[in-house]
Design a protein around this ligand. Structure first.
Ligand SMILES: [Zn+2]
Length: 358
């Protein structure tokens, strides 16, 4: 009965008002994003792996050149490379400091560049033989606990989307990153998740990969969008049906996760990455079918390329055929192929931006 305990109900209501109020972003430049949106109907982004304060310093020196080259969004993949205070045990050792992050974000905004930090979630919890801090410190959160020593035989480790301890640990890290960069958007990665519904996980064994993937997306969305009121971006490969798009198991899904697209919010921005010419794909598709596929599902779509210039040109031209306000522009990924200091004049960046229609 709703009104049986008015005092208790009032107390509960006050608790949530205060809790949400304290956790909501108090952006120093709240009006900045409105101005940015009006000025930037086309998103021209770059994605850069962050290796601590040194990367920020190098990028900061390049901001005038990047802005001149047309860059208006910077996706900065931070992951565990932050001087976390909530969980110092989860620092990577190549850590961005809180004050450095704030100063860098302000410098970006002063140049009209929107900084979107990235915290890769669910998959990509290891790289080669190195397991990242969450699963090193808390190995019981691993989707395949105790399996694959030395990470032999797997691509990357995943955390278990059904272990409630994961969100308890990860959400405070996300909050610290959002707060430090005064961010109005966060990229959560979610790409190339191959270890999901593993036979080695006591919770997920026999589960549906799409349901588990959607749960992970929805948990993150609940915190980042519903609670923190910032936009959420993710890579698109796990939402693509490899057979329908004619693509391989890396940039599209053959492991059953693609049906998750039906069960996640459509306000998530999907970074649709493809790096090869169509002739390189297993199904030899007639076009980059992922763009209309994701648009038809209701998402905003941000085509993302890398360094193969003919592939960039083909992908951008293909995407540009789909006239939609939900088609955002073009995102340049770098993956270590160019130094941040040389990114503004990188030929793949120029090739992508030149062909992206206004
Ligand atoms: Zn699990």
């Amino acid at each position: 009965m709703m009104f049986r305990h008015p005092v208790r109900n009032l107390a509960v209501a006050l608790f949530w008002i205060i809790a949400v109020g304290l956790s909501s972003p108090r952006r120093a430049d709240a009006a900045w994003i409105d101005t940015w949106r009006t000025a930037n109907p086309v998103w021209r982004g770059v994605h850069v792996l962050c290796h601590g304060n040194a990367t920020l310093a190098e990028l900061q020196n390049s901001l005038p050149a990047l802005a001149s080259a047309g860059v208006n969004v910077l996706i900065l993949e931070v992951n565990y490379g932050f001087a976390f205070e909530s969980h110092p045990e989860l620092r990577s050792g190549e850590d961005v400091g809180k004050s450095e992050a704030a100063a860098f974000a302000k410098a970006c905004r002063d140049k009209g560049i929107r900084v979107v930090p990235q915290f890769s979630s669910l998959g990509h919890q290891s790289w080669a033989k190195t397991t990242f801090p969450l699963l090193t410190r808390y190995p019981d959160l691993d989707e395949t606990p105790g399996k694959f020593p030395g990470n032999d035989g797997i691509y990357c480790r995943s955390w278990c989307p059904q272990n409630p301890r994961v969100n308890e640990l990860v959400f405070p890290l996300i909050d610290e990153i959002i707060n430090a960069f005064d961010a109005d958007a966060l990229h959560v990665g979610m790409d190339e998740v191959f270890l999901i519904a593993s036979e080695h996980c006591p919770r997920c064994k026999g589960g549906d990969p799409a349901t588990l993937f959607a749960k992970s997306v929805n948990d993150l969305h609940g915190h980042i969008v519903d609670r923190r009121r910032v936009e959420m971006l993710m890579w698109g490969d796990r939402l693509l049906d490899a057979a329908a798009c004619g693509m391989g198991e890396w940039e599209a899904a053959k492991n059953g996760t693609h049906r998750a697209a039906q069960g996640i919010p459509k306000d998530i921005i999907i970074c649709d990455w493809h790096y090869e010419l169509l002739s390189k794909y297993p199904g030899k598709p007639a076009d980059y079918l992922s763009v209309p596929y994701l648009l038809a599902k209701g998402f905003r779509v941000w085509p993302s390329g890398w360094k193969n210039i003919p592939a960039i040109e083909a992908f951008v031209d293909s995407a540009s055929k789909h006239r939609s306000e939900r088609l955002l522009g073009y995102l340049v990924t770098t993956w270590g192929a160019v130094r941040p200091s040389e990114l503004a004049t990188w030929e793949p960046l120029k090739a992508g931006f030149e062909r992206t229609k206004k």
